[in-house]
Structures are given as C-alpha cells and as structure tokens.
Design a protein around this ligand. Structure first.
Ligand code: MG
Length: 305
C-alpha cells in the first residue's frame, strides 16, 4: 500500500514534530523518515509525503486537510527513483559517440539545480536524439552560459590509445566518473541532491569498471535508462555532449577534407576506404577497434588493384 500527500510547509513542520519519536535514517532528498505502526512515512523537500506499509490509509488520513492534496499514481518514468526526483538539484551525465566509427567519444556532466529547472525547460530541451543539429547548437550555447558543466572529449587518437588498456564500457565509466568529479569540484561546497547517470551498463558493472580509481563518485548516485526523461540535468548533458561531438566532427571533416558520416554502416566503410587509399591515418578520425576498420582495408585493397 502506498499513498502520497502534497503538504504545505507549515504542515510539514507539524508532521516532523509529530513523527519525531518515530524517526529512522533519512534517505537522500528527504526531510525525515519515520516508522509508526507498520507504516513508513517519508517527507520530501518538495512537500510530498509518502506513506507506505500496512496502515497507510489510516495514517495519511490524519494529515488530509484542506491544505494537503492526495496524489494519485506516481509517474512511471521515474520508476526506481525517489518521488519528485525531477524537481531535485541534480548533477547528470550522458555520452555520445560510442556507436559511431568516426569522431570522438564525448561525455558531459551538467549540474541543474532546482532554481534553474524552469530556465532549462524553457529552452525546449528534450532527448537530443530527436533534435536537429542546429537546435542542438542553439540550445547548447544557451545552456553553457549558465550551467556548471564538464566535458570529457576523447578524440580518436586518444581514444584508440586508451582502448589498448580498457574495453569501451570501462572507458565510458572512467569518462563519466571524471566528468562528474570535475563538476562536483566546480560547484563545491554546493552538493547536488542526487547524481543521475544515463545508464549504459548495470550499476554493479559500472563500479567494477571503476575499481582501483582514486576518486569514485558513488554517493547519491542513481542510474536510469532514458535518464533524460527523469531529470533535465541528463537531458542538458545529452545536448552538450552532442554539441561538442558535432564541433569535433566538423573539425575532423575539415582535416580529412571529406564529410565523415556518423554511425557504423556501409557509407562509413566507403569513406574509411577512401581515406586509406589517400594514405591518411584512420586512427586520426576513427575508432579503430570497430569492425569497419577491416572492411575498409578490404575495400581499399580493391582501389589498389
Ligand atoms: Mg546515453
């Protein structure tokens, strides 16, 4: 059983006093948590109070007044996250480029505190995959003016070098951890209510990848597939990562003197073969461990003969 009330500030104060004898450890983002008669009561800064357990109805009835509102079903897209997570001050991270042969691996971490949520939302931010390039550029340029962020952009030469030592998942985890760490340092002494990583691997695997690292960010960390739907910080990180990646692709295209396609399909093999034929070093432009490398070499041989 679960019931949620939205309460006023003064009501929250009353509740906190009333439940003081029953309090237990306070979870992330909560004001207090109490256990009474088989019911767990958790009050959040946003004014939401959650009643869970055997006597939820009886207990929540005590507080249903004209100033409190009973709330129905929690939104499904925040499953696994605390209620009202979308309104927290969150440091979010996301990456781009892992499935693309040409171009860098780019990871961005961005801090969006609750005071800036409206401003970020106003930009029309959504999942960067559904947004056109000019829109990405417009939004990113705005975001970069007022949000604390850090981008780890591994251009192909560096990426290829690191892939000698790590697998791609590991490399992603290292980049996320570094980006998050850097933003935490930037905003210090401010601490986010939570950290949300756009999930690319099971959390246990993520931390296994980071084993032995000097600074592992793990406090208040949440993982969420489609994290951009759970908090604007991840949506903003996604936009900024896309933006940096786009700029890098432009730079590489200029260097290669040929337009480098994204993805890892046939068009990519053709261009890679062309570069090889011209005597250019693929490692300057591409992620060499992809199967495209062998395919391009084969195609290039045909040019020669
Ligand atoms: Mg992602």
């Amino acid at each position: 059983m679960q019931e949620v009330l939205r309460c006023s500030k003064s009501q929250l104060t009353q509740m906190q006093a009333a439940y003081a004898p029953f309090t237990v450890a306070t979870p992330n983002g909560a004001i207090f948590r109490a256990k009474k008669n088989g019911t767990t009561i958790t009050a959040y800064r946003s004014g939401k109070v959650m009643f869970q357990g055997n006597n939820t109805t009886a207990e929540s009835k005590l507080w249903q007044t004209s100033t409190s509102t009973k709330m129905t079903n929690k939104p499904t897209d925040s499953e696994g996250l605390p209620p009202d997570f979308a309104n927290w001050s969150v440091l979010g991270s996301d990456e781009v480029g892992t499935g693309s042969y040409f171009g860098p691996l780019t990871v961005a971490a961005v801090y969006v505190d609750s005071a800036h949520l409206a401003q970020v939302r106003q930009l029309g931010i959504q999942d960067s995959k559904k947004v056109t390039d000019p829109e990405i550029i417009r939004m990113a340029k705005q975001l970069l003016t007022f949000l604390p962020y850090h981008v780890v952009n591994l251009m192909p030469p560096k990426y290829n070098q690191l892939m000698q030592r790590y697998n791609q998942g590991q490399l992603k985890a290292l980049c996320h951890n570094l980006a998050l760490q850097t933003v935490l340092n930037k905003i210090n002494p401010t601490k986010p209510d939570g950290i949300l990583i756009d999930q690319f691997v099971a959390p246990a695997t993520y931390y296994r990848y980071l084993k032995g690292q000097p600074n592992i960010i793990s406090q208040h960390v949440y993982f969420k597939i489609k994290g951009e739907q759970a908090h604007l910080a991840v949506a903003a990180a996604s936009i900024i990562a896309r933006y940096v990646s786009l700029m890098a692709m432009d730079q590489l295209t200029e260097q290669a003197k040929i337009t480098l396609p994204i993805g890892a399909g046939n068009a990519v093999d053709q261009i890679a073969a062309k570069l090889l034929h011209e005597g250019q070093a693929l490692g300057q432009f591409a992620k060499l461990h992809f199967a495209n490398t062998a395919k391009a070499e084969k195609l290039a041989q045909r040019y020669e003969s």
